[in-house]
Design a protein around this ligand. Sequence first.
Ligand SMILES: [Zn+2]
Length: 86
Amino acid sequence: MRLCRSCGVSIASAPAHFRYCFPCWRETAGQVRASAPTAPDLGVTPARIKQLIRLSHPDRHGNSADANDATAWLIEVRDKLREANP
Ligand SMILES: [Zn+2]
């Protein structure tokens, strides 16, 4: 008989790939979300974004599509950080 790895309740009737009963799975998913790293945890600071924009700027890369794409994305991230931390 298959048992929930967390609380030991039977999960015999659950699909074969399930490892937890639903309440334990939901709790685990919540813990994962709660511990997901934030931008500052990852070192994604306004200063770092500014540095990366300097490095990726299309003027430095022959106006390449990748440089334009990466720079546009970095500007989006910079603006979102500013909105989140006014
Ligand atoms: Zn359980």
